[in-house]
Design a protein around this ligand. Structure first.
Ligand SMILES: [Zn+2]
Ligand SMILES: [Zn+2]
Length: 350
């Protein structure tokens, strides 16, 4: 009996040893630091992802470690209908320096999906993805659920907005519960009413809605399996402090921009400030200009009839002649689906 017990324990120990999760990403995270922008710190976030607690393929530990390895600063794990992933994600993420925010994916029966983040434990999810559009049904009424999320300190983001801008979202926006929208969702591909824009499958109409209804702009991976790493998908946040409340304040103040498919989408004032901090230029005595990109984003621009590409943290040289400033149209930086950002860079002499 005793021997059997020891044997059983030994087997359990071996099984445990075999199943102890090894880090999925062994490398150190890529360089993703930004200079401060208009006095704010720039963080990179992903506010929509899944684990095996819903229909994702990664464990919570794998998802959090993957997020760290890709270079996010802040994440919300948003399993369908479940909030329980949060505590473990925070426990694993905080020692890595990640800001981890409570999250859930939910929404209206057969219609809009929403990601709710930042709520406290007072919010008890009901009928996730199954909210009724009208009061008095058996299922939870969407207005009651949005109100509860709002009153628990949370906010809603309209996820992969494939159902257009209908009453439930407009109501949520008017009440201040829906404060953000995804212009890029990493898993929907060519489905879910996306549009091809500069080669990317995304939601340019949602960019218009964000500007029209004053919503924070998001790019989220909605990762179920391992994330694709060839081009970064994430949300830039201009925060006063690197904390959960700092992130929530930045979102409520709409200080966000979307970075995906080597493009940046956002409001003109925010992106002007971003470019002013990221790209500096110096004029040499021979008339050449050295551009320095201090950011992890590749910036592509047009100066007159010349094209310029500034790799992440790279320098580039251009013969500009004897000028004091240079006007650049940024071909991969968009302030609306029809407008590129243009900035004037004053040249300094070394
Ligand atoms: Zn969804
Ligand atoms: Zn999702």
């Amino acid at each position: 009996m005793k021997l059997l017990k020891i044997k059983t324990l030994a087997i359990i120990a071996i099984i445990t040893a075999l199943t102890i999760p090894v880090p999925v990403w062994a490398e150190t995270p890529p360089r993703h630091d930004f200079p401060s922008v208009d006095g704010y710190q720039v963080l990179l976030g992903d506010f929509h992802m899944h684990t095996i607690n819903s229909d994702g393929k990664l464990t919570t530990r794998e998802r959090v470690e993957e997020s760290y390895a890709i270079g996010y600063d802040v994440i919300a794990v948003t399993d369908h209908g479940k909030t329980r992933t949060f505590r473990l994600a925070k426990y694993i993420g905080e020692p890595l320096g990640l800001v981890v925010i409570p999250g859930i994916e939910t929404g209206i029966n057969r219609m809009e999906h929403t990601v709710a983040i930042g709520f406290n434990s007072n919010y008890q999810p009901r009928d996730s993805h199954n909210w009724a559009e009208n009061p008095g049904e058996d299922r939870a009424y969407y207005q009651d659920q949005m109100k509860q999320i709002g009153e628990s300190g949370g906010i809603l983001i309209y996820a992969h907005p494939h159902k257009g801008m209908r009453d439930p979202m407009l109501w949520g926006i008017k009440q201040g519960y829906v404060v953000g929208i995804e212009v890029k969702n990493g898993v929907v591909g060519t489905g879910w009413n996306t549009t091809k824009f500069e080669g990317a499958d995304c939601y340019p109409n949602a960019f218009d809605w964000a500007l029209e209804h004053n919503l924070a702009i998001f790019a989220c991976t909605d990762a179920h399996g391992r994330r694709q790493t060839e081009s970064f998908t994430g949300t830039l946040l201009l925060v006063k402090e690197r904390t959960e409340s700092g992130v929530m304040e930045a979102i409520r103040a709409r200080r966000t921009a979307a970075w995906f498919n080597e493009m940046v989408w956002g409001r003109e004032d925010l992106l002007s400030n971003l470019l002013r901090s990221c790209v500096v230029a110096t004029r040499n005595a021979d008339g050449s200009v050295i551009f320095e990109n201090r950011c992890p984003i590749v910036f592509k621009g047009t100066i007159g009839d010349k094209k310029i590409e500034l790799g992440a943290y790279q320098k580039a040289k251009l013969d500009a002649g004897n000028v004091d400033s240079i006007t650049i149209r940024w071909d991969n930086v968009w302030t609306s689906p029809k407008t590129n950002l243009t900035t004037v860079i004053k040249l300094s002499t070394p």
